[in-house]
Write a protein that binds this ligand. Sequence first.
Ligand SMILES: [Cu+2]
Length: 115
Amino acid sequence: MRIWNGMGMLAVALLLVGSASVPGPVPTASARKHVIEMKGFEYRPANLRAQAGDTIEWVNRDAPPHTATADNRDWDTGNIAAGAVGTIVIRKVGEHGYFCILHPTMRGKLTVTAK
Ligand SMILES: [Cu+2]
């Protein structure tokens, strides 16, 4: 009787340990977020590799507003104020050259591969 009670407690303890280690929602397979800083009138990094479906975030560390605008205008963050963030979910595979509409010497490139 004592032994069986002991086994029962052990089983409960193992169950608790097991449930504590069960992970939350499984992250979407390899969908990632990338952060690019806009600083000193440059994109940092200027060249970024991503996979289709990834999220790209541009954070403006400068005082004036900036944009990240695709060369072919496929996508555009619009104006990103100082300290603000612009977000794009990139879906098209290929090389996406982009620039800042307000300061066209600012140039960057996303290289997007299939998932
Ligand atoms: Cu700009």
